[in-house]
Design a protein around this ligand. Structure first.
Ligand SMILES: *Cc1c(COP(=O)(O)O)cnc(C)c1O
Length: 396
């Protein structure tokens, strides 16, 4: 079975699990800031926890925070759990990013922040975003914080500018399905040292040091990932996931998209062992992104256009967290490829304003809704995706 994604883990990450790693979190912060052109970076246990911490630390309460309707639901949870309200914006049909014209129309006197997500690795127009923030601030007289959500888009560029290097803050996340992993974990990056220091102090006051047991469990978790994603075993992993409920505890409980909640350890700091894995991954990230770009371009040329399939665009500066195609009948396509030992991803299967707990907000986002029903994504993490294109050719 070809997995829908596979973390790029090698010997060095394995070795990092068995070292002491003292001080690794501080070093990961430093190296991460350097790699992504920030003046400083502050590590957190999850991306969502980092976002939550930011809103709290800068004192946002009862504010409206603008975000895309089609993104990871935990972003909306971070807004809600920090005592603020998400305002959902529909996306653009061609790159899945938030429609910036709708953002302009939605800014009002309650707007205090905008989260701009570079969805599936497609860079959002940063120049336009900055202009929107400036005009909104001038019109309503409030500071509007600009957070770039780079969780899908490590290293993407807009007009040659690295994303995440403008606005007030950028957020990254590192679970095993992200472009690089630190087991779990999240990071905020800053261009302003004072703001970074404020967040670091705020975190140090509130976030507890994790215990030994957790650091052992996290090591075991990553070891199980090595095993589960082994080519010879992945068929069984897939079966356990799809046909039995044995793995639900690991694969589903972490997400729980239907409920506004955070994992119980969201107020514990990133572990040194996680940062140590992250440091190794950071050295690989250029080659990880190169593989994704190469495969996206290969699909673009060689994946046969089937009737009523909508293909994604190849875009300058994109880093392709997912290669997303829209198909009329998702279940049927996923089953068809599963029979050929190819797992397709089904991300993101929801439009956030349709999730329980957010429905009362009554914001209709038709493009996000349609996308949530029809998107599948093709594996990008293999060295060679020609087999997948060949399998697609054989189907009638
Ligand atoms: C993964 C992700 C997050 C949050 O990351 P966690 O570490 O899972 O909390 C936020 N935004 C986007 C777009 C993501 O993909």
């Amino acid at each position: 079975m070809i997995p829908r994604f596979k973390p790029t883990l090698g010997w060095d990450e394995f070795a990092a699990l068995f070292r002491r790693n003292t001080g690794a979190v501080e070093q990961f912060e430093k190296e991460f800031a350097k790699a992504f052109h920030a003046v400083d970076a502050v590590a957190f246990p999850y991306g969502r926890s980092a976002q939550w911490a930011f809103f709290n630390a800068v004192g946002l309460k009862n504010a409206e925070i603008i975000m895309p309707a089609y993104t990871c639901s935990v972003v909306a949870h971070a807004i809600t759990l920090s005592g603020n309200r998400p305002r959902f914006i529909d996306i653009c049909i061609d790159d899945y990013n938030m429609n910036l014209d709708l953002v302009v129309a939605s800014i009002n006197e309650h707007t205090r922040a905008i989260i701009a997500t570079h969805t599936f690795g497609y860079p959002q127009n940063i120049d336009k975003l900055e202009e929107i923030v400036r005009l909104g601030e001038a019109r309503y007289g409030n500071k509007i914080w600009l957070m770039q959500d780079c969780c899908h888009a490590f290293g993407a560029t807009w007009n040659g500018r690295l994303i995440g290097t403008s606005g007030d803050v950028a957020v990254y996340a590192f679970n095993i399905s992200k472009l690089i992993t630190s087991i779990f974990g999240g990071m905020l990056t800053f261009q302003d040292q004072k703001l970074a220091t404020k967040l670091r102090q705020w975190r140090n006051n509130l976030y507890a040091k994790p215990n030994i047991l957790k650091s052992i469990l996290r090591r075991l978790y990553l070891l199980s990932i090595y095993i589960a994603f082994n080519e010879k075993i992945y068929g069984m992993t897939w079966w356990l996931q799809e046909k039995s409920s044995l793995l639900n505890r690991f694969t589903k409980s972490y997400h729980l998209d239907e409920k506004i909640h955070f994992p119980p350890d969201y107020l514990e700091r990133m572990l040194d062992v996680e940062a140590a894995v992250g440091l190794v991954q950071l050295e690989r990230y250029t080659s990880i992104i190169a593989t994704r770009r190469k495969n996206a371009e290969y699909y673009d040329k060689h994946l046969r256009r089937r009737e009523n399939w909508k293909f994604p665009r190849i875009s300058d500066g994109a880093t392709y967290s997912h290669y997303v195609v829209q198909v009329p009948d998702r279940k049927q396509t996923v089953n068809e490829f599963a029979k050929k030992d190819i797992q397709l991803g089904e991300l993101i299967q929801y439009c956030i304003p349709d999730i329980d707990g957010y429905q009362q907000l009554e914001q209709r986002c038709p493009i996000a809704e349609a996308s949530s029903k029809h998107t599948i994504n093709f594996p990008l993490t293999l060295d060679d995706v020609s087999k997948i294109c060949a399998a697609n050719d054989q189907s009638v």
